[in-house]
Design a protein around this ligand. Structure first.
Ligand code: SF4
Length: 154
């Protein structure tokens, strides 16, 4: 039986991104041969529409948000921090409910980013909200960059 794993919905080619597009992962066929994906989009779970106004971090990445030192602000200046946290909490509930141990997430996204996110107009080393929540709670869940699956890295 294939291992069920969490995956950012847009990586499966579903157009749920802020701009109405998707980012289908390179190597999706190989990924599907190996895993049974459980897709989710934290921003849609937050109740946001698609397309939507993009957001970025101010003051630091998602770890800084959870420490109260940074915020997520959209291009119109609206603070959407709590809404984005809500979406990630809902995604994490799904992940823990199903006992998923590995997640493949879209890099650079405010919710799904793994090692790089947008902070004040620049791509910066840091994590998105979902990974920060997992780390902050010490959950036994591994998070991988899902943009490219070469089948060799795991
Ligand atoms: S929140 Fe995650 S799943 Fe949803 S569009 Fe952004 S990167 Fe993709």
């Amino acid at each position: 039986m294939k291992e069920p794993v969490g995956v950012s919905l847009c990586l499966l080619g579903i157009p749920c991104r802020y701009n109405g597009g998707h980012k289908q992962m390179k190597g999706l066929e190989r990924f599907l041969e190996r895993f049974s994906p459980v897709p989710f989009c934290p921003e849609q779970l937050a109740g946001l529409s698609t397309p939507r106004v993009p957001v970025q971090f101010y003051g630091g990445d998602a770890r800084a948000v959870l420490e109260g030192r940074a915020r997520l602000i959209d291009e119109k200046g609206k603070d959407l921090t709590e809404l984005y946290i809500t979406g990630c909490e809902r995604a994490l509930r799904l992940v823990t409910l199903l006992g998923l141990k590995r997640l493949f997430l879209k890099e650079k996204s405010p919710c799904c980013g793994v090692n790089v996110v947008w902070v004040e107009g620049r791509t910066t080393e840091g994590t998105g909200l979902l990974k920060a929540l997992i780390e902050g709670r010490g959950l036994d869940i591994e998070v991988f960059v899902g943009d490219v699956f070469d089948g060799e890295s795991l």
